[in-house]
Design a protein around this ligand. Structure first.
Ligand code: AHM
Ligand code: MG
Length: 347
């Protein structure tokens, strides 16, 4: 007999995590890390919402390792994220878009996880109060106790005479997700058994389960690319984009939607279907988005939701990163849309 549910029964994120733990999907350590990420997201959400009032718009005056202007909120969000992970006592290494190299968390706990994140993605939107988001991925440290410790490439962190490998392929992800700061604040994540979405209830201050087992529609007539770069794209990609605007054979061309905020554009793609793309072009040979903390987490979520993430030729999750801030082209969304694009690029 089905259990009668009360209209007042809410599933909070914490309650959901505990159920996943009871079911053996995640362990208690990962529960703590995910909880601390949710706390960081709540804190960033409130900073973003009050940015105009608290004088947190505008640039900080510094550039990050990738030469990009850091917004005040980029720097603060990075600190918030790092602090929450640090105080969880379960994270050993963190790698962030805003840090030059991976950072070891020196606490009494050695920490079981490597967390990669972009604390405030799409921050160019902040000053206009348009959507932004945080993106994260969680790995188990693969300790390779290499003899040669002179290796100071960005491949890993030297810790206790071991190289803890931060640069792992998306295939190794234990969990990934994002939090979108928009008309509502939504935390979307996967722990390897589908994708779940939680909306922040401003009255309770809790993330409440609102999107159970999200599945990306198999196809969707929306494309999300920065078409301002059209002249810099290669001919195969131009042909693909041109085909989407051709009303033959369906009678209706595709719709263009582009916020310029990966989390917002990806979230819409998850719910409505379609394709999001950030291609390579004549100026940016590998595109703009970072493999470790942007492309791999989004591709993992897409696959968990029955969609696809590709660099145009291969699965993003199969790509072995060589550098922390490595960029790759990204095409992600509905299976049929991503496959259609791959066919054009392979032609
Ligand atoms: P950021 O990490 O510096 O914020 O850059 C990533 C953002 C993505 O959110 C978005 O998809 C893309 O950059 C937009 O770039 P562009 O302005 O070139 O279209
Ligand atoms: Mg980013």
């Amino acid at each position: 007999k089905a259990k009668k549910t009360s209209q007042y029964e809410l599933q909070t994120f914490t309650g959901w995590l505990l159920r996943k733990e009871q079911a053996g999907v995640i362990d208690s350590e990962l529960t703590i890390v995910l909880n601390s990420i949710a706390v960081a997201c709540k804190q960033i959400a409130s900073l973003v919402q009050r940015a105009g009032i608290s004088n947190l718009t505008g640039v900080q005056g510094a550039t990050n390792v990738q030469g990009e202007d850091q917004k005040k909120l980029d720097v603060i969000s990075n600190e918030v994220f790092s602090n929450c992970l640090r105080s969880s006592g379960r994270t050993g290494i963190i790698a962030s878009e805003e840090e030059d190299t991976p950072v070891a968390v020196e606490e009494s706990y050695s920490g079981n996880y490597v967390v990669v994140f972009d604390p405030l993605d799409g921050s160019s939107n902040i000053d206009a109060a348009v959507s932004t988001g945080s993106i994260f991925g969680i790995y188990r440290p693969t300790e390779e106790c290499l003899a040669n410790l002179d290796d100071d490439t960005q491949l890993g962190m030297v810790e206790q005479n071991c190289i803890v490998n931060v640069c792992q392929p998306g295939n190794n992800l234990l969990s990934a997700g994002y939090c979108m700061y928009s008309s509502s604040v939504i935390l979307v994540l996967s722990v390897g058994d589908g994708v779940y979405g939680f909306t922040l209830d401003p009255m309770y201050g809790e993330f409440i389960l609102t999107h159970e087992d999200i599945k990306i529609p198999k196809k969707g007539a929306i494309y999300s690319f920065n078409e301002g770069n059209y002249a810099l794209w290669d001919d195969k990609l131009k042909k693909y984009i041109d085909s989407l605007k051709d009303p033959v054979p369906t009678g209706k061309p595709y719709s263009a939607r582009y916020i310029g905020s990966l989390v917002g554009d990806f979230h819409r793609t998850m719910l409505y279907g379609g394709i999001y793309g950030y291609p390579a072009d004549k100026k940016s040979k590998n595109g703009k988005l970072r493999l470790l903390y942007e492309c791999a987490p989004m591709s993992y979520l897409a696959e968990q939701a029955g969609g696809k993430g590709s660099d145009g030729h291969r699965r993003v999750l199969d790509i072995e990163p060589e550098q922390v801030h490595q960029r790759v082209p990204l095409y992600v969304g509905s299976v049929e849309e991503v496959e259609k694009l791959e066919k054009y690029l392979a032609a």
